[in-house]
Every structure is written in structure tokens, then in C-alpha cells.
Write a protein that binds this ligand. Structure first.
Ligand code: FAD
Length: 288
């Protein structure tokens, strides 16, 4: 028997969170799999569940003061059809799971599950997304890369909920997304990569590169990115080995059921090279 709380609003949910040790459940697509016991048996939760997927305060998508705000209980399928969600983020989401799963799965669940293979994470890291965590008395704002501290490990306290995801509305005219999996659909990630860039007059104005599934958390080398700002795109390909040397130490994949570490590292090498070639071929892109 699994006990659960079904609060009517966020205030009630945070009150329950303060008083009871419980597990927030949004769509349940991660939690139900992680706690499954087998056909005909109820899942094996060691604490009562706190249902948060229906809470209206966690289901917004709006633009405010330079940020796109997305409620953690917004469904992946809702994001795919919303005009505010950047096309390159939609590209990553459209390759996650299947339509029925995307009709249950939430953005907040993907973040709080903190899987190295979470497919929304490379884009959120590349964009310097921030999160709002709330308890019954206070809220705090934290960059996503500080929130996720390892596989399945986050800075979420036992009385808190994730209540908002903030993505700067900065426009990146160049975007590049690759997910490598066993097959095209319904496939867990072996390696993923989100690259974003602004190129002005043939020079790199801004550059973000984030790899998923190749280390305990998403890998983004700011040293490498910064070293390329101000560079002419025409030299990027010829500097590839130097760029790879900066990136390579932080790429620490593992052997697991999905892939080998060696394969993953080779894929990273090829993706990075392909992205830089893509930038060189683009030459010049201006903001609208
Ligand atoms: C068949 C299948 C295929 C999948 N394919 C992919 C894939 O391709 N790529 C991918 O990245 N993932 C995939 N997943 C994993 C999963 O669907 C996603 O991670 C999804 O976004 C999780 O969202 P959820 O709402 O179901 O999370 P839940 O299972 O409800 O929760 C996940 C975690 O988040 C916490 N949580 C949820 N909301 C909050 C909140 N507001 N505050 C604090 N904590 C919260 C929960 O306590 C739990 O720890 C797949 C899952 C299945 C079953």
C-alpha cells in the first residue's frame, strides 16, 4: 500500500513538505520505474508520495524580466507545442521517450532526477538556467550546475520543492543538438551534446558547449569556451586538437549497459569536431 498526499495548492504542498518526510511525484515516469516491484505488485516507496503534477502554481510558461519561466510540472509534450520554448530545446525534447511518456513526464522531474543522461540538461546548462527552490517560509535561487551535484544527487532539502525554472531569453542564432542512442526513438542517451553560438562578422561572440551522459553531471568547459571567444570561426577547425585537449579531461564516461567509455569518448571527439566545422561553414550570422 502506498500512501499519498494530493494538496490543493502550493501552500498546502509546502506545509506537508515541512511536516512529513515524503517524496514529490510529478509525472512518476522516473519514480515508478525506480520503485517498481513487478507485475501485479504495487511499487515499493519507503515514504508517502506528495503529488505535485497538478499544482497550478507549477504549470506556467511565461516571459518576465529577461527570463523564460517554466513551471517544473509543465509536461514535455506541452513544451513541444508552446511558442515560447526555443526550437533547439524542442529538438532535444522531441527525441525523449515516446509521445505517451512525454504526456506524463515533466521538466522538473527530469531536472530533479539528476540523471547524467537527462536529455533536457545539456541545454539548461548551456543557457545558465537557474532554479527556484521553495520551502514554506523562504525561497532561494540556484544555478542548475550547483543544484545537481552527482548522479541522482541534488541540493534539494527535504522541506523544499522546485517551483520555477528560469532560462535567460538570450538569442543564440546558431544551435546544434545531437543525441546518440541505440536507435532513433525511445532510446536512452549514450552521449548528447548541445552547442550554442553567436557569430558576428565572422568572429565568435559567444559560445556554449555542453555534453550529457559522459560524466557524473553535464560537462561544460568554460575555460575552453572562453578561450574561443573573439576567435575567427575560420580558424576553429585547425585549432581542433588544442580545443579537444582542453575539453578531454572533463569527459569521464563509464562502461555501462548502454555503451563503453571508449565509444563514448570517441563520439564526443567527433561531435565536437562536427560542431566546430558547422560553425566554420556558417561564417557569419547576425542577430535579427
Ligand atoms: C519509457 C521511458 C523512456 C524515457 N526516456 C527518456 C529519455 O529519452 N530522456 C530522458 O532524459 N529521460 C527519459 N525518461 C525518464 C523520465 O521520463 C524523465 O526524466 C521525466 O522528465 C521525469 O519527469 P516526471 O515528472 O515523470 O518525474 P517523476 O518520476 O515524477 O520525478 C522524478 C524526480 O523528480 C522529483 N521531483 C519531481 N517534481 C519535483 C518538484 N517540483 N520539486 C522537487 N522534486 C521534484 C521526484 O521526487 C523524483 O526524485 C524515460 C522514462 C521512461 C519511463
Amino acid at each position: 500500500m502506498v500512501n499519498g498526499y494530493h494538496p490543493k495548492d502550493l501552500i498546502e504542498a509546502l506545509k506537508i513538505r515541512a511536516e512529513v518526510s515524503c517524496i514529490p511525484l510529478a509525472g512518476g515516469t522516473d519514480l515508478m520505474v525506480q520503485n517498481a516491484r513487478g507485475t501485479g505488485l504495487s511499487p515499493n516507496f519507503d515514504k508517502p508520495l506528495l503529488f505535485v503534477g497538478h499544482l497550478p502554481e507549477l504549470r506556467h510558461i511565461e516571459k518576465k524580466e529577461g527570463f523564460l519561466h517554466i513551471g517544473p510540472s509543465v509536461l514535455l509534450s506541452e513544451m513541444l507545442s508552446h511558442p515560447f520554448i526555443p526550437e533547439t530545446f524542442k529538438k532535444a525534447i522531441s527525441q525523449m521517450a515516446s509521445p505517451p511518456t512525454r504526456n506524463l513526464a515533466t521538466l522538473g522531474g527530469n531536472i530533479c532526477n539528476a540523471s547524467p543522461a537527462g536529455d533536457t540538461l545539456p541545454f539548461l546548462y548551456a543557457m545558465d538556467a537557474e532554479l527556484i527552490l521553495e520551502n514554506h517560509a523562504f525561497d532561494r535561487r540556484i544555478p542548475i550546475e550547483e543544484f545537481i551535484c552527482g548522479p541522482k544527487q541534488t541540493e534539494l532539502k527535504s522541506d523544499e520543492l522546485l517551483t520555477d525554472i528560469l532560462i535567460p531569453t538570450t538569442l543564440f542564432p546558431v544551435s546544434y543538438y545531437k543525441k546518440v542512442g541505440q536507435r532513433r526513438g525511445m532510446s536512452l542517451t549514450k552521449v548528447s551534446f548541445h552547442g550554442l553560438a553567436e557569430i558576428v562578422d565572422g568572429y565568435v561572440e559567444d559560445l556554449r558547449m555542453a555534453f550529457g551522459s559522459v560524466a557524473p553531471t553535464v560537462v561544460r568547459s568554460r575555460d575552453c569556451e572562453n578561450s574561443l571567444i573573439g576567435e575567427p570561426v575560420s580558424t576553429l577547425k585547425s585549432r581542433f586538437n588544442e580545443i579537444w585537449e582542453l575539453y578531454e579531461p572533463s569527459i569521464q564516461p563509464i562502461d555501462d549497459a548502454r555503451s563503453t567509455a571508449t565509444y563514448r569518448k570517441n563520439v564526443c571527439y567527433n561531435i565536437l569536431k562536427d560542431f566546430l566545422t558547422h560553425l566554420e561553414n556558417i561564417k557569419e550570422i547576425y542577430n535579427e
